[in-house]
Design a protein around this ligand. Structure first.
Ligand code: SAH
Length: 346
């Protein structure tokens, strides 16, 4: 592994130190930062207002992370685009662009692989390879914005990986993404989804950011949740819900709960009732997602009628709920499947 510094993962203070240590003036760091985070350059050679000698020094003394697009699938139904990107070390990751009325939303991966092994998810099947660097997380957005030629306005960290299992890199990524000298994405337009790593949820709360935290709940009881999500064996549901409450208290941000509906497993009216009791009085929003079938797993999504009944049950009990619109159904490669197939095919 090449250990030269990764300049795209540096904030402006770190970059200024690095650049001045190379004998350059501080304003060169600002120029370089702008090339990386506003002009979204994919190589140092593009940075034409930097002296040639400085560009050569940068190429010698640092690593310039830029992702290579190896595949893109485009939905004819709704314009959803699924990308596979190649990392420098040969790993591949996937990212998705969804088009909504309010703008372009990009779903990024936070790790190559995942160690959480949720029973219905394709991303955990091969285990964790490694956490992504801030630059690798940013680049997924930068390359997509360049590819579509439109501004990306919203980002969700809901692709492969557990973001709170890559905490330091995630925080640096957020700082760079929301920097007004970079893409300047509003914190409120960023959602981070977690399976419930309690200590890091609490740490995140104390950062007092304005990002949305989504918890993957998927079950109305600890016993059921533990069967679906091994992480519930480490942090039980009540600790997790306590951390959600703490996040709300610290940030004032309403929690989102993700609930994947698995036919015959967690989609009954009694499950809806138990879920409503569990969340009663919390300032929150529930997102229902019929599970995307994964070849290696036995789970299937319920019939639309069942989904509606589940939703009505929650609403009757005063819970805010939406059914997540399924995007890109015709290019169906749910949650980590695109990457998995590609890796297996290689
Ligand atoms: N590790 C994080 C973020 C990545 S997964 C987390 O657990 O939240 C993003 C969301 O997709 C999670 O809610 C996850 O449980 C859900 N998910 C994973 N596989 C799925 C599938 N096959 N169908 C529907 N949702 C799935």
């Amino acid at each position: 592994m090449n250990e030269k510094p990764d300049i795209k993962s540096m904030n402006i203070t770190e970059l200024t130190e690095f650049v001045t240590a190379l004998g350059e003036k501080p304003f060169r760091a600002r120029q370089l930062y702008q090339w990386m985070h506003q002009k979204l350059s994919s190589s140092i050679d593009e940075m034409t207002n930097l002296p040639l000698a400085f560009r050569e020094t940068l190429k010698r003394e640092s690593r310039y992370i830029s992702l290579k697009q190896v595949q893109v699938q485009v939905s004819k139904e709704d314009g959803t685009r699924k990308y596979l990107f190649l990392l420098e070390d040969g790993n591949v990751i996937e990212s998705v662009r969804m088009r909504y009325k309010f703008g372009n939303s990009v779903c990024i991966s936070s790790q190559a692989g995942c160690r959480m092994a949720c029973r219905f998810c394709a991303s955990g099947i091969g285990g964790l390879v490694r956490g992504l660097t801030p630059s690798e997380m940013l680049e997924q957005i930068y390359r997509i914005q360049e590819d579509i030629g439109e501004r990306v306005s919203h980002v969700v960290v809901m692709g492969t990986g557990e973001p709170l299992d890559n905490y330091e890199n995630l925080l640096q990524f957020i700082a760079l993404l929301c920097d007004d000298k970079g893409l300047n994405i509003g914190q409120r337009n960023l959602t981070v989804s977690t399976c419930g790593i309690v200590p890091n949820m609490r740490r995140l709360a104390e950062e007092k950011l304005q990002i949305t935290l989504a918890l993957s709940l998927h079950a109305p009881s600890q016993a059921k949740r533990k069967e679906l999500m091994p992480v519930a064996g480490t942090y039980d549901m009540y600790e997790v819900l306590g951390a959600c409450q703490y996040y709300f208290e610290q940030t004032g941000r309403r929690m989102t709960f993700e609930y994947s509906l698995l036919a015959g497993v967690n989609d009954g009216d009694e499950d809806a009732k138990a879920l409503a009791d569990l969340l009663k009085g919390m300032n929150c929003h529930v997102n229902l997602i019929p599970v995307n079938p994964v070849t290696e797993h036995k789970f299937r999504g319920p019939e639309p009628k069942r989904v509606l009944s589940f939703k009505n049950n929650l609403e009757k009990n005063g819970i805010n709920v939406t059914i997540r619109r399924e995007m890109g159904r015709d290019i169906d490669a749910a949650c980590g499947q695109l990457r998995k197939r590609y890796v297996e095919g290689r």
